[in-house]
Design a protein around this ligand. Structure first.
Ligand code: HEC
Length: 154
């Protein structure tokens, strides 16, 4: 019994590095998709307020816009390892290889997201009209990146 367990452990130890590599790429993909779900949650509430689907509340609007600003400024570099694009990981990610081929061009799109969320954080609490006047730039910053760097399908 004891020998069998040891054999199993030895077998696991030799296969571990390969598994760890694959897991690291999958983990990074999951992490960035989770990150964008949090982005979507915060942006969605603000879009809802701007459309009148959600009641406007200055403090809530400010809090969510501040969250977006924090998310936009977060260093997500470790979530984008080489080899985690859609061509290498079909079915798992929509991140197009062009992200890595033209890097650091995508950072311009991230800067647009930082700028739009910073302006929104400063204005979202100033009334529904102020929120509406600044939400368009936020939506444009999402679309601006998705159009070039995100595939329609997984
Ligand atoms: C700098 C580029 C960039 C910006 C800015 C950006 N996104 Fe994305 N987004 C991506 C990429 C690339 C993916 C695909 C990630 C993947 O599948 O690995 C993605 C994926 C997503 C997803 C899907 C996540 C999932 O679970 O598969 C949502 C939702 C999303 N983004 C919402 C937004 C919203 C809302 C904004 C703006 C407030 C935004 N994104 C701004 C690049 C960006």
């Amino acid at each position: 019994m004891r020998i069998r367990t040891l054999t199993l452990i030895a077998a696991m130890a030799t296969t571990l590095p390969a598994i760890a590599m694959a897991d690291a790429l999958d983990d990074a993909i999951e992490a960035r998709q989770g990150y964008y779900q949090v982005v979507k949650h915060n942006a969605g509430l603000l879009f809802g307020m701007a459309k009148g689907a959600v009641d406007y509340d200055a403090a809530t609007a400010t809090a969510h816009a501040e969250n977006l600003k924090t998310l936009a400024m977060m260093n997500t570099g470790s979530m984008w390892p080489a080899g985690s694009d859609k061509a290498a990981k079909p079915g798992k990610t929509r991140a197009l290889p062009v992200i890595w081929e033209t890097f650091p061009a995508i950072l311009e799109k991230q800067t647009a997201f930082v700028t739009a969320s910073t302006t929104l954080a400063e204005n979202a609490g100033g009334g529904l009209d102020a929120l509406r006047a600044n939400i368009g730039a936020l939506g444009a910053s999402c679309k601006g990146c998705h159009d070039t760097y995100r595939a329609k399908d997984f």
